[in-house]
Design a protein around this ligand. Structure first.
Ligand SMILES: Cc1cc2nc3c(=O)[nH]c(=O)nc-3n(C[C@H](O)[C@H](O)[C@H](O)COP(=O)(O)OP(=O)(O)OC[C@H]3O[C@@H](n4cnc5c(N)ncnc54)[C@H](O)[C@@H]3O)c2cc1C
Length: 320
C-alpha cells in the first residue's frame, strides 16, 4: 500500500488533535508515515502509532526552533525523497500552509489547501473544499506530481487504529537559505485555559448583541461549561469588547467545530464565511428575522441575557 506522509503538529512531543485527524484521513488513501520534527519524537510516537502511523520519521535540530519554516521544508523534502509517498498531508495552519506551498514548489507538485474532507480516487486522492463563503463544496485532485494537501482542523473525527509507529531517524541537511530568517524572541501568549479557537470541538461566539466587554463573561461562562473556545463577531471585536484574535469570519479565523453557538450575532455573510462548515449550528437572537436563522440547526428566539445563563446552568446541572 502506498505511504502517505503526515506532518506532525506538536508541542514538545504532545501531538495536537489536527494531526490525529490527518492520520485518520491518511488511512483512507494509504499507510500513514508521520514526520516529527523537533524534540519529543519518542513521546509522540506512542500517540502517532495509536492513530495509525506505521512509521515515525524523526529529526531533531536546533534549526527547527531557531529559524522560520524553511528548515522544516528541508526536512519534509528529505522525508519525501526517502519515502516517495502517494500524498503529503499537513494541517491548515498558517505555518502548515506555508510549509506545504514551499514543498510543492520544490517537488514540482500541485497543492490543495483548506480541504475539509479527503477520499481515495482512481487517479489519486480527492479533496473537498468549502468555497465562496462556504456556499459551495468543490471536489478536486492534484494532476501534477505528488499531491500536497492541507486539511482544516475538525474535518474528521480522530479514530484510533493501532499500528507499529516505529521511530526512524531522518537525515536532514540544511541549505544556506534555510537559516536566512532567525527567530529573535518569543513571547508566550497568556493562556485562557480554553482550547484554541480553530481547533476547538465547540465554539461559543458573541456578537453586537452582547452589548459590552463586561457582558462577554456570560459567553465565557457558557463556553467554560462546555469546554469550548470563545469567538466573536467583527462588530464585537471592533467595539473593543473582545480581542481581534478571537474574531470569526472572512477576515478573522475560520472555524469548523462539531458545535457552534452564536449569541447576539445577525449572521452577515462575512461572519458565515468563517463558521458555516460547523457541524451543528445553534443561534440565540432576539430577532426572529435575523439571517443567522437561515443556516442554523437549532434556533432560540430570545434575549441572550436570559437564554445564555439558563443554558449554562442546564449544562452544568446535566454534567453533575
Ligand atoms: C470586508 C469585510 C470583512 C468582514 N469580515 C468579518 C468577519 O471576519 N467576521 C464578522 O463577524 N464580520 C465581518 N464583517 C462585518 C459583517 O459584515 C457584520 O457587520 C458583522 O458580522 C456584524 O456583527 P454582529 O452580527 O455581531 O452585529 P449585528 O449585525 O449588529 O447583529 C447583532 C445581532 O444581535 C441581536 N441582538 C441584539 N441584542 C440581543 C439580545 N439581547 N439577545 C439576543 N440577540 C440580540 C440582534 O437582533 C442582531 O441580529 C466584515 C465586513 C466587511 C465589509
Amino acid at each position: 500500500m502506498a505511504e502517505v506522509l503526515v506532518y506532525v503538529d506538536h508541542v514538545d512531543g504532545a501531538v495536537r488533535k489536527p494531526t490525529l485527524e490527518l492520520l485518520t484521513l491518511a488511512r483512507r488513501i494509504g499507510e500513514p508515515v508521520a514526520v516529527h520534527l523537533g524534540a519529543g519524537a519518542d513521546t509522540a510516537a506512542a500517540t502517532l502509532a495509536e492513530y495509525g502511523a506505521v512509521k515515525v520519521l524523526a529529526a531533531d535540530a536546533a534549526e527547527f526552533a531557531d529559524y522560520l519554516v524553511v528548515p522544516k521544508v528541508d526536512a519534509l523534502e528529505a522525508a519525501y525523497n526517502a519515502v516517495s509517498p502517494a500524498a503529503v498531508l499537513l494541517p491548515s495552519s498558517a505555518e502548515g500552509k506555508e510549509i506545504a506551498a514551499r514543498l510543492a514548489v520544490r517537488i514540482g507538485s500541485g497543492i490543495i489547501t483548506d480541504a475539509v474532507d479527503l477520499e481515495a480516487g482512481d487517479e489519486g486522492p480527492v479533496a473537498t473544499q468549502s468555497v465562496f463563503a462556504a456556499s459551495y463544496s468543490t471536489k478536486s485532485r492534484v494532476t501534477k506530481g505528488t499531491p500536497v494537501i492541507t486539511v482544516k482542523p475538525n474535518s474528521a473525527a480522530p479514530e484510533a487504529a493501532p499500528a507499529a509507529g516505529t521511530v526512524e531517524q531522518l537525515a536532514v541537511s540544511f541549505g544556506e537559505k534555510s537559516t536566512g530568517t532567525k527567530v529573535v524572541s518569543r513571547t508566550p501568549r497568556e493562556s485562557t485555559g480554553r482550547p484554541d479557537l480553530t481547533e476547538a470541538a465547540i465554539v461559543v461566539s458573541g456578537g453586537r448583541g452582547v452589548n459590552g466587554a463586561e457582558n462577554f463573561a456570560i459567553v465565557e461562562a457558557l463556553a467554560d461549561s462546555l469546554g469550548a473556545a470563545v469567538g466573536a463577531s467583527r462588530a464585537a471585536v471592533d467595539a473593543g469588547w473582545y480581542p481581534h484574535t478571537n474574531q470569526v469570519g472572512q477576515t478573522g479565523k475560520s472555524v469548523s467545530p462539531q458545535l457552534y453557538i452564536a449569541a447576539g450575532i445577525s449572521g452577515a455573510i462575512q461572519h458565515r464565511a468563517g463558521m458555516q462548515t460547523s457541524k451543528t449550528i445553534v443561534a440565540i437572537n432576539k430577532d426572529a428575522e435575523a439571517p443567522i436563522f437561515e443556516l442554523v440547526d437549532y434556533g432560540v428566539v430570545g434575549d441572550l441575557f436570559e437564554v445564555v445563563p439558563q443554558l449554562t446552568e442546564e449544562v452544568k446541572a446535566r454534567k453533575g
